[in-house]
Design a protein around this ligand. Structure first.
Ligand SMILES: Cc1ncc(COP(=O)(O)O)c(C=O)c1O
Length: 406
């Protein structure tokens, strides 16, 4: 092959590689914690001993009763395609749970079951917001929000929140940011990454603003059963999810069923229909035998979630006690979820630098706060749903890292 031919091939392949991805694909970034997990696993393969605090998962097993229901459903042959709205039995169970817990009864046409709550962030934003329009959310906020906004070219209008103010999502700050382009406000209480639980009075004010300016509310309630102090309040109760509130929830966090990938949304009928069609287009349906077992989880939700809440409350005490001794760490006490969001600036590092240093030099893996938005840069997030032993050891390593920093 002549030099000129080789060059031509090289040029063609360079041209191809720049053509490989669509503009949409170029905006896909994923979830930062999975990247960190990948880097940590590489180190572990090289023999490094690490304690993992980065992923929002739990060391606890899911309820065995739910597993038994899944096995029975498998044996009964519930292994075929099903409705893209979700199985009728599960939607009825969701309807009943909403009626009992929130005192309003959504129609079945207001309920859709999806493959976890995470895709719902994409589904809801994709069906309601055009590129160039605006969504108001906290800064920091759960990583998927920022990732989906970028992917869909929606402008995220961020309300900075800080530990010095208990990460309050202040309605007055929301109001200042509403424009003619605002389409939706995200409420995530209890919040990931901060663990803060928003007061009912603030949620009512944000709802009133949404109503006044005719914008939607996406209320991500995946941690609603993990509240230690105060009470969870759903804006869905204010309009029965009939007008502007879309509530999302799922089985991952309250029942330690993260790998099941089952979530659901309750919202205005027409929006739910579009979400079901989008879900149909992408995943067709959620495995029916999993949904059958989720009925058991919902029927016994109070009993099951109380088990997990008790254990997380105990672990929360440990982490607050141990990391409370670290002078260079600043945080506010989280009232819900299973995270601690720590300002590490007194170590002389930002969250990215500290996370890298803690992993490489002290064997503890945490999430840098920058993954949750620019306002998270000076923070790290740790997930404390871990065994007491690992939690204590991880806290010791974090304390050593803070002490040796600078
Ligand atoms: C705020 C928030 N919303 C949604 C999700 C997604 O949960 P699921 O496992 O149901 O997809 C998570 C998971 O970490 C989360 O923290």
């Amino acid at each position: 092959m002549s030099t000129s031919e080789r060059k031509t091939r090289k040029e063609i392949s360079a041209a191809r590689s720049s053509l490989v991805f669509s503009d949409f694909a170029k905006r896909i970034v994923g979830q930062s914690m999975f990247r960190i997990l990948g880097a940590a696993q590489d180190l572990e393969r090289q023999g490094k001993d690490l304690i993992h605090f980065e992923i929002g998962d739990t060391h606890l097993e899911m309820p065995s009763e739910v597993k038994k229901s899944a096995i029975a459903a498998l044996k009964a042959g519930h292994t075929h395609y099903g409705s893209s709205y979700g199985e009728h039995t599960l939607r009825v169970a969701i309807q009943k749970a909403v009626k009992e817990d929130f005192k309003f009864t959504p129609d079945l046409s207001q309920i859709v079951v999806t493959s976890g709550a995470n895709p719902l962030i994409y589904y809801v934003l994709a069906v309601l917001v055009n590129s160039g329009e605006e969504v108001i959310l906290t800064d920091p906020a759960f990583v998927t929000y920022n990732a989906v906004l970028d992917m869909l070219k929606i402008k995220g209008v961020r309300v900075p929140i800080t530990h010095t103010n208990n990460f309050r999502f202040d309605p007055a700050e929301v109001e200042k940011r509403i424009t003619s382009k605002t389409r939706l406000i995200v409420i995530n209480s209890p919040s990931n990454p901060t663990g803060s639980v928003y007061p009912k009075s603030d949620i009512i004010k944000i709802y009133a603003l949404a109503k006044k300016h005719n914008v939607f509310i996406l209320s991500d309630e995946i941690y609603s059963r993990l509240v230690y102090e105060g009470a969870h309040f759903s804006p869905g109760t204010l309009d029965s999810c009939r007008e502007r509130v879309i509530v999302t929830n799922g089985f991952s966090k309250p029942f330690a069923m993260t790998g099941w990938r089952v979530g659901y949304a309750i919202g205005p009928e027409q929006i739910i229909e579009k979400i079901a069609l989008l879900s149909q287009t992408i995943v067709s349906c959620v495995p029916p035998f999993l949904q059958d077992a989720c009925v058991t989880a919902l029927e016994r939700r109070h009993e099951f979630s109380a088990r997990y809440l008790r254990e997380y409350a105990r672990l929360r005490q440990i982490v607050l006690r141990e990391l409370g001794k670290v002078e260079k760490f600043e945080f506010s006490k989280p009232s819900g979820a299973f995270y601690l969001f720590i300002d590490v600036s007194k170590t002389g590092m930002d969250g990215d630098q500290f996370a890298e240093y803690a992993m490489q030099k002290h064997g503890v893996v945490v999430c840098p706060g920058s993954g949750f938005g620019p306002g998270g840069k000076k923070y790290i997030r740790i997930c404390y749903a871990n065994t007491s032993q690992k939690l204590l050891e991880g806290c010791r390593r974090l304390a050593r890292a803070a002490a040796k920093a600078l």
